[in-house]
Design a protein around this ligand. Structure first.
Ligand code: TNX
Length: 510
């Protein structure tokens, strides 16, 4: 018998020999209340059957038993009962997600195959990033994305809250930011921002799904919007030939100081590096954000600062990383910040180069490894979810959504076929904090667009972050993955996920 399909692949899974557990309207559940509620919602959406709550040993038992690794869980299913044991609340939640994937049609009814699963994550940090600056995405969309990501055992939502096109988070210390720099987005679309209550709601919803929020305020580049609120902090835009080409190709107009920027080009803006007012601003922004954010990380960007001189960039990164560390938070920055040799030691680098690094990229990333803080891996030619999908063989054109700069179009197979410990030479598991799949939103305007771009490729990123390394499990192959993902089609549909029906995947319809 073939093994039931679980994504991301569990550390160990063994099919039992007995009959399956049958789910009926009489099925009872006992144990942890939050986990029972999560399971009830999942089963209701997938099957229409909601287990009844019972005291003591019910048919489905949801238990926390401390002692095993953080976030780990165990599932034992036989004909009579289902037991899910988490090492902690997160582990139990992940066990419930796996159980949701195991439920399958059984004639007219529903059943869970006899199976034993023992599972624990490979990496502590498993993230998705959503860019809400290029196009704004409201609280409900973000909450939906949290639910979707958590179902794949991802535990971090990185919000790219600011960029040249807009500032999306309200701050009491600097109200002009949202008053003057949040109203627009790419292509003349409306902007928007999160109030402090909105942000709190997102943080709380994430926590209920065992996710942290990692807020990013991108600087010293990607700061044109700051100049709309505080012209005195911003340098004039620096226009390159490359930018002229991008604006020719994708439309819009070149940036102009004091005018909202609605096109796609990057690398033209910079904060003033040698003005103390800049650091007062940075202190206000990260000070307030630290107080609003229970998670340990504050991301300060640092990517593509092409309009900032190299030594100015290093000076800025050194100061800002130290400022964040002094707030008691762990700074995170895109890997370019590793060119500053004095970046605060606790700073985590986020690598966005390719699966095979281009010249210079690995060296910058190495700084964070040498400092002992390590790396989050986001290889752009594999798990940048904003890259286009390939055209289907039926001859339809390359799908409209998405960009191509990172060796795109990016197939699901390419999103899957890389191994975290083989990206940067010498950087293996102990220096890798985890894996994160970014979704930039230059072309991504709606919740449906997010679903299409993320699913199924985000499942490949989840497997890279959670599952045993390539070669250490029979399940860690593209052939296995595509079959297992295909089996999730009906579950994803029941969750309302409008996934891209990639023809690389043998989708099951029920
Ligand atoms: C690069 S890679 C960016 C973003 C763009 C993205 C589009 C990196 C850290 N930054 O500014 O939105 O490409 O794919």
């Amino acid at each position: 018998m073939s093994l039931p399909a679980v994504v991301p692949a569990p550390a160990s899974i063994e099919a039992g020999s007995g009959a399956p557990f049958r789910l009926t309207s009489a099925t009872s559940v006992s144990g942890e209340e939050d986990a029972a509620a999560a399971l009830g919602a999942l089963l209701d959406a997938r099957t229409g059957v909601t287990p009844v709550t019972a005291e003591g040993d019910a048919d489905i038992r949801l238990v926390i038993a401390a002692g095993a690794d953080a976030e780990s869980y165990r599932i034992a299913v036989d004909e009579a009962s289902v037991t899910v044991t988490g090492a902690d609340a997160a582990g139990l939640f992940y066990g419930v997600q796996t159980l949701g994937q195991l439920v399958a049609r059984d004639g007219e009814g529903w059943a869970v195959p006899a199976v034993t699963i023992e599972d624990a994550p490979r990496f502590a940090y498993r993230g998705v990033m959503l860019d809400v600056a290029r196009h704004f995405h409201g609280v409900d969309t973000v909450k939906g994305y949290i639910d979707r990501a958590a179902s794949l055992k991802l535990n971090a939502l990185h919000l790219h809250l600011t960029d040249d096109q807009g500032w999306r988070i309200q701050l009491d210390s600097r109200p002009e930011l949202t008053e003057k720099a949040s109203g627009t987005a790419i292509g003349g679309d409306p902007g928007g921002f999160y109030t402090k209550d909105d942000y709190r709601e997102i943080v709380e919803h994430a926590a209920s799904r065992h996710m942290i929020v990692v807020p990013e305020i991108d600087m010293p580049g990607h700061t044109h919007a700051v100049g709309l609120a505080y012209p005195e902090l911003a340098e004039d835009p620096v226009i390159s030939d490359h930018m002229r080409q991008i604006v020719d190709e994708y439309g819009g107009t070149l940036p102009e100081a004091g005018v909202p920027f609605e096109a796609l080009a990057v690398g033209f803006s910079s904060l003033k590096i040698h003005d103390e007012a800049t650091y007062d601003f940075v202190a206000d922004v990260f000070g307030e954000l630290a107080a609003m954010t229970p998670g340990p990380y504050l991301h300060f960007g640092g990517d593509e600062s092409l309009a900032t001189a190299d030594d100015d960039f290093a000076y800025f990164v050194t100061r800002v990383s130290a400022l964040i560390a002094d707030l008691g938070k762990t700074p995170v920055a895109w890997h370019e910040a590793g060119s500053a040799k004095d970046v605060a030691d606790s700073t985590v680098g986020q690598y966005w180069g390719y699966v095979t690094p281009l010249e210079g990229f690995a060296e910058k990333a190495q700084t964070f490894v040498d400092n002992g803080a390590g790396l989050i891996l986001s290889p752009a030619d594999a798990i940048y979810l904003d890259m286009k999908y390939p055209a289907s063989s039926s001859g339809s054109a390359v799908p409209e959504l998405g960009l191509t700069w990172a060796n795109g179009p990016t197939s699901v197979e390419r999103a899957y076929s890389w191994e975290p410990a083989e990206v940067i030479p010498g950087v293996v598991d102990d220096a890798i904090l985890g894996v994160e799949a970014p979704l930039w939103t230059e072309t991504v305007r709606t919740a449906a667009d997010i679903d299409t771009m993320a699913f199924p490729r985000v499942a490949a990123a989840a497997e890279a972050g959670w599952s045993p390394r390539t070669g250490q499990s029979d399940l860690r192959t593209w052939e296995s993955f595509r079959t297992r993902v295909g089996a999730l089609g009906p579950l994803w549909t029941s969750m309302g996920i409008g996934f891209h029906p990639s023809e690389e995947i043998p989708w099951v319809t029920e």
